[in-house]
Design a binder for this molecule. Structure first.
Ligand code: G6P
Ligand code: MG
Length: 212
């Protein structure tokens, strides 16, 4: 049925939430802004600057664009330091085995991530060069829920968008898939989302979704 699978990275292939949380928490603390894990969950799939804007909802006062750039750059420095803790051991065997099986079936595999650190994370996980294409936050102007990142991924693997399945842990990502004319499979936080064509309880269930 599908010819290509486009995977979101953070929350699907690996779990970077805790690092995003720790890095944003340091910035929020400096500014005296209340920030917790529930707010952190709203940052899933959202670009770095849009994430900061969500955090700033609880900030009284104005902040110039320059200051925003400075704080988001600082967050990224902290985040990248934390990402150095990641290793191939952070790639679940189930995830790797499932992707290998999909590839054996002849499907093309791509990454469609809002992150500008996608290639660095893939390197940490030992997945350098594993995907047929990587479409990420460095190559797009509109973040999810805009479909740009997924449409680019489909283009890079030379498949029509309707022949691709998107795997996502964020509602914004499933909205992007839909807007791009692609089916979505929701996993983790988004497994119950009504926008998903498949509600995955585990990564392996992707094998059945691709059979149906
Ligand atoms: C992913 C994460 C978001 C993050 C975004 C940008 O979509 O789910 O939480 O804000 O990437 O990440 P970056 O690594 O570019 O700051
Ligand atoms: Mg995600």
């Amino acid at each position: 049925k599908y010819r290509g699978i486009i995977f979101d990275l953070d929350g699907v292939i690996c779990h970077t939430d805790k690092y995003h949380y720790q890095a944003w928490k340091q910035v929020a603390d400096q500014l005296g802004i209340y920030f917790d894990e529930t707010i952190n969950n709203r940052l899933r799939g959202v670009s770095r600057m849009e994430s900061f804007e969500i955090i700033l909802e609880r900030y009284d006062g104005a902040m110039s664009e320059e200051e925003k750039e400075r704080y988001t750059a600082e967050k990224n420095e902290i985040y990248k330091e934390l990402l150095k803790n990641m290793s191939p051991a952070d790639l679940a065997p189930e995830v790797k085995a499932t992707m290998d099986e999909l590839r054996e079936r002849g499907l093309k595999l791509a990454i469609g991530s809002s992150s500008r650190n996608a290639c660095f994370i893939l390197g940490q996980l030992g997945l350098d060069g594993y995907f047929d294409a990587v479409s990420d936050g460095n190559q797009i102007t509109h973040s999810k829920p805009d479909p740009e990142v997924f449409l680019l991924a489909a283009k890079l693997i030379h498949e029509k968008q309707e022949d691709c399945l998107v795997v996502e842990d964020a509602r914004a990502g499933l909205m992007a898939a839909k807007a791009g004319g692609m089916d979505g499979a929701g996993i983790g936080d988004a497994s119950d989302c009504e926008l998903a064509a498949y509600h995955l309880k585990s990564f392996e269930e992707l094998l059945e979704a691709c059979n149906s």
